[in-house]
Design a protein around this ligand. Sequence first.
Ligand SMILES: NC(=O)c1ccc[n+]([C@@H]2O[C@H](COP(=O)([O-])OP(=O)(O)OC[C@H]3O[C@@H](n4cnc5c(N)ncnc54)[C@H](O)[C@@H]3O)[C@@H](O)[C@H]2O)c1
Length: 355
Amino acid sequence: MKKVGFGILGAGMISGIHADALRKSSKAELVAVCDVRTENAQKLVNDYAPTAKVYSDFDAMLADPRVEVVNIVTPNHLHTQFVLKAAAAGKHVLCEKPPAMSLAETDQMIAACEKAGVKFGIFVQSRMREPMRYIKSALDSGRFGKILRVDVQMKWFRNADYYKMDAWRSNRKCGAGVTIQHAFHYIDILQYLMGRGAKVYAEMRNLAHPEVALEDTLDAEIVFANGVRGFVQASTALWPGNDVRIEVYGTDGTAVMSGTAMSAWKFKDERPEDEIARKAGSAAATAGGDPKALPSEDHQFVIDDCVDAIRENREVCIPCSSVRGTLEIALGMYKSDKEKKAIELPFSDEDSIWA
Ligand SMILES: NC(=O)c1ccc[n+]([C@@H]2O[C@H](COP(=O)([O-])OP(=O)(O)OC[C@H]3O[C@@H](n4cnc5c(N)ncnc54)[C@H](O)[C@@H]3O)[C@@H](O)[C@H]2O)c1
């Protein structure tokens, strides 16, 4: 079957993961790359897809009939305008996380994609890691019993050069900061597992990056609408950085994902197939100390799923609508830190957060 043509907008640091995933895919193909810095786009094409076309103008790439899906890989605060343009041009969209800097923009993008009849997925790809798929399925079948706690520990490190690479990386209004930029993936996993957040309390600090006016450390508690509490400890200050841990504790079972591997899978009703679940995932690095040390398999999962969703005329595996609740929790964390109190969700004055 003919491969579906993808275009990448934004050929910066993480674009190689997208291009690598597309190169490995048997369903999708990188046909175009666009960046205002043409040299970035040209390098990505040279490295991963020599037959792909280089663009410096997004409208021109959107006019290319070979481009059926656009991956938006620009800095966080620029996602919305490009998603809206892609939808208006009738292209399916896969956008990097976070979807946008506000719920209003997120709702606008969801509505535009719905109206245009195009798919709109978000790369919170850690949701789709093999161990997470086992955990979600056990949760949905009630195997954990009553859920008691869900926790995240993301003890990462980013050096001063990381924050200086581009201006947006040290500007909160552009989506920098450990909460919305890094921990977003794992706040998303808690939201994916537990559903809507009802209340958040967060404290943010800058422990080790005096050169930037940002939080490099987040300690937060989320109370989900189902009554379960989740704790998030996230940092980019903790050298040399460790694998992230996601822990799920129920009355009847416990599961822990460390990095990309299952590190605990224990149920009171032990089953023969549990041996397979215990081996889920791999020892691949997950950006604990190096932002580029990411496996491309998770991105490939999202890309391949999008192709299947187009062919089968169904929803993608991570629709933006399913990530809205994550953004609401993350924004609630910023509001909580600013106002030094717990915040009930939903809240209305989101514009005050970045003021
Ligand atoms: N899913 C993940 O695991 C993961 C990991 C890292 C980054 N990200 C996300 O990926 C996105 C990009 O991050 P990055 O680290 O690659 O950023 P980056 O700054 O390294 O790259 C962004 C690229 O976009 C280009 N760009 C900026 N404005 C543009 C415009 N108007 N038109 C065309 N191109 C433009 C820049 O020239 C640059 O090449 C962000 O949303 C980030 O949050 C996701």
